[in-house]
Design a protein around this ligand. Structure first.
Ligand code: OVM
Length: 414
């Protein structure tokens, strides 16, 4: 009886579709504790069931094979973002916050905001931050070496991006906890209204007003991504309200994601000491190693799209209005795309991985993320002789983020 009531409530937030012909029906909850506790196992089962599966609990589709996931993500005309990239269809239900004006919009409007953000975080703009990023990485790694054993989630993965990214944005008040908790809200809000989402959202009254305040022009330093965004408003490219919303996007997408990617990269090296030896022998592998860690661990494991028309993908009919859960983490481990997909190989150079997405909405901050990873992994390659597990790594359930909760490690000095 409660199952029935629950099912009805869950599909209220988007259009309930019928299972298309030939698509396997799967009665799991992809946002349930068991699935989120072991994502790689779920990825394999999802791919094995077909190019698409019908999730009966949510009356929606999911895909996890590389080919289909890439096709859905690549076509913004058929698979729109303006109806939300989580479970909620913004056509049917009001989102929890005003929609992002870059992520949750379609062309032609999207091009206006995207152009500004692409320029603000261009390779040239990011190159100017390299020295500061490297100095902060060197300092942090020295501090961690003097500790020896530490939890790499708070002490490294959270500590590094929160030491460099808020400064790069130009925040004048830095509150690590609120920045991280806002990310948890934004990403967990993409899933259903379950205990996990409610726990993240409970931080809202404290965190949201603080975030919105930091997006104001008068709060931002005269130099940084924030100031550069407001300069675009001065040029008449966007309005100053839009500038504030784009700063909000930086704070939504720029912290949790990099925290997660860097923590997972350390996990990859702790579990693959021979690959760490290769990095030490050639610190220029820092960036290719980070790409491979992204492919292997997919910090953003899933995002949705909504079919704006009836269509077909690789022979599967897709009904109009279908929500599609695109499981990027599964596509990044698809054995039809990646030889020995579960192997961490820092010279693989995994071109085409979907960890930054693909298509017009692909990560606009990826140059910043890579610069952070390059600085940190280069410092580690130069200064650390060995990375060893000092306890069990624990993963944290997330509706869209696949992150470590705890990673006890020991750094041995070179
Ligand atoms: C945003 C944004 C962008 C990318 C990811 C994200 C859901 C949010 O513009 O607010 O996380």
């Amino acid at each position: 009886m409660s199952v029935q009531a629950d099912t009805v409530r869950l599909v209220e937030e988007h259009v309930a579709i019928e299972p298309p012909d030939g698509v396997a029906v799967w009665d799991i909850d992809p946002y349930g504790d068991e699935v989120l506790a072991d994502l790689p196992a779920y990825y394999g089962e999802l791919r094995a069931r077909g190019g698409f599966v019908y999730l009966s609990r949510y009356a929606m589709l999911a895909c996890g094979r590389y080919r289909e996931t890439k096709e859905v993500f690549s076509d913004w005309q058929r698979f729109v973002s303006s109806r939300g990239v989580g479970l909620t269809d913004f056509k049917l239900q009001k989102p929890w916050r005003p929609p992002s004006i870059i992520l949750e919009v379609d062309p032609p409007y999207h091009a206006r905001t995207r152009t500004v953000m692409t320029r603000v975080m261009s390779p040239r703009a990011v190159a100017e931050l390299k020295q500061a990023f490297q100095a902060a990485a060197d300092t942090l790694v020295d501090r961690l070496l003097s500790k020896g054993t530490f939890d790499a989630v708070p002490d490294l993965a959270e500590a590094y991006p929160t030491a460099v990214f808020p400064q790069a944005v130009g925040l004048t008040e830095i509150d690590t906890r609120r920045l991280i908790d806002y990310g948890a809200m934004v990403f967990n809000a993409l899933g259903p209204d379950n205990a996990l989402r409610r726990k993240a959202m409970a931080r809202g009254p404290d965190v949201v007003p603080w975030i919105m305040e930091q997006c104001k022009r008068e709060r931002l330093a005269p130099q940084g991504f924030g100031a550069d965004i407001y300069a675009a408003a001065d040029q008449g490219e966007i309005t100053s309200d839009e500038a504030g919303m784009l700063v909000r996007s930086l704070l939504s997408a720029g912290v949790d994601t990099t925290v997660t990617g860097l923590g997972s990269a350390i996990w990859c090296f702790a579990g693959n000491p021979a690959e760490f030896d290769r990095l030490k022998a050639n610190p220029r592998l820092a960036l290719p190693a980070f790409e491979e860690a992204l492919r292997l661990t997919s910090p953003v494991h899933s995002f949705c799209r909504t079919a704006n028309q009836a269509t077909e993908v690789n022979g599967t009919p897709i009904p109009q209005d279908a929500k599609i859960l695109c499981v990027l983490g599964a596509a990044n481990l698809d054995p039809d795309q990646w030889p020995q997909p579960d192997r961490f190989d820092i010279t693989r150079r995994p071109i085409g991985h979907l960890a930054f997405g693909v298509g017009i909405h692909n990560c606009v901050g990826q140059n910043v993320a890579r610069a952070e990873a390059d600085a940190l992994l280069t410092a580690i390659a130069r200064k650390v002789d060995a990375i060893e597990f000092a306890g069990a790594a624990v993963w944290r359930p997330g509706h869209a983020i696949h992150a470590l909760d705890s990673l006890p490690v020991t750094f041995r000095a070179r």
